[in-house]
Design a binder for this molecule. Structure first.
Ligand SMILES: Nc1ncnc2c1ncn2[C@@H]1O[C@H](COP(=O)(O)OP(=O)(O)OP(=O)(O)O)[C@@H](O)[C@H]1O
Length: 248
């Protein structure tokens, strides 16, 4: 078996807001091609962690390396999808997907190829000339995911992207994410409150402790895909994660 490359290395990451210690000496690796789901108690600092990765926040101590170098979204291609609509309302669907490519020096023909490819995969080819206000919530999320994957990011960060959607749409978007992840081998860090979603999606599940937050345990999830949320092995793993998250 070939040895997997470390994509992200977090060493002793510590983040304080004044005297409030939120992230406490977190260390872990994300391997190239992982779909790592991060779960933890409410308010434990999941968003703070992502904001540290994207340099929105300065970290207090420790380091975060991407491909062996200090993480820097200005130099490295990191895509970010969060809850709610992140499309640009003044651009059409295809212009939104193109947006991430326009800021990169890529030949025109290649840009068009990428836009067409990802619009097709997410089923939005027919809607390419539409504006965001003409689309449903799940279609808007599809635009965001097509835009993120079209740039072929080194790392894709997803912060509760499907938290507000109803269950049926969520399932569809989760399947689409798995499909894109399998097709592209992109390394994805997916933050969620939803344990079922984490077990459905992740090839690994990282459970965080209550604040001050550190890594409690990382579980390997080798359940076959497509996953069946009612299968006994699925329920067993879901229960295991739930037990780990409980802080009461
Ligand atoms: N800019 C800030 N200034 C001061 N404290 C902050 C700031 N951002 C976050 N915090 C504190 O850090 C802790 C973690 O917040 P964070 O939003 O990262 O948690 P979370 O796990 O994403 O929350 P949730 O589960 O609600 O999504 C909270 O106690 C919050 O009060």
């Amino acid at each position: 078996m070939s040895e997997k490359k470390t994509k992200v290395k977090v060493n002793h990451l510590t983040k304080k807001f004044g005297d409030l210690l939120v992230l406490n000496d977190m260390s872990f690796d994300v391997e190239d091609g992982d779909l790592l789901c991060v779960v933890g108690p409410t308010g434990c600092g999941k968003t703070t962690f992502l904001n540290s990765l994207t340099k929105i926040y300065d970290i207090t101590d420790g380091e975060i390396l991407l491909n062996g170098e200090q993480v820097d979204p200005k130099k490295q291609n990191i895509a970010y999808i969060f809850q709610g609509d992140s499309t640009m309302p003044w651009l059409t669907v295809e212009e939104n997907v193109r947006f991430g490519l326009d800021i990169k020096k890529i030949p025109e023909a290649r840009k068009k190829e990428q836009v067409d490819k990802y619009l097709e995969i997410v089923g939005l080819s027919k809607y390419r000339k539409y504006y965001p206000k003409q689309l449903s919530a799940s279609m808007l999320q599809r635009v965001s995911i097509a835009r993120a994957f079209a740039t072929e990011p080194e790392l894709l960060l997803m912060d509760e992207p499907y938290g507000q959607l109803d269950i049926e749409l969520r399932f569809k978007l989760e399947d689409e994410l798995v499909k894109l992840w399998q097709m592209t081998g992109t390394t994805v860090l997916f933050i969620t409150h939803n344990i079922e979603e984490a077990v459905y999606l992740g090839n690994k599940i990282m459970v965080l402790t209550n604040k001050p937050t550190t890594v409690k345990k990382t579980l390997i999830n080798e359940l076959p895909r497509p996953r069946d949320i009612a299968a006994p092995e699925f329920v067993k793993l879901r229960n295991e994660v739930t037990e780990l998250i409980k802080w009461w």
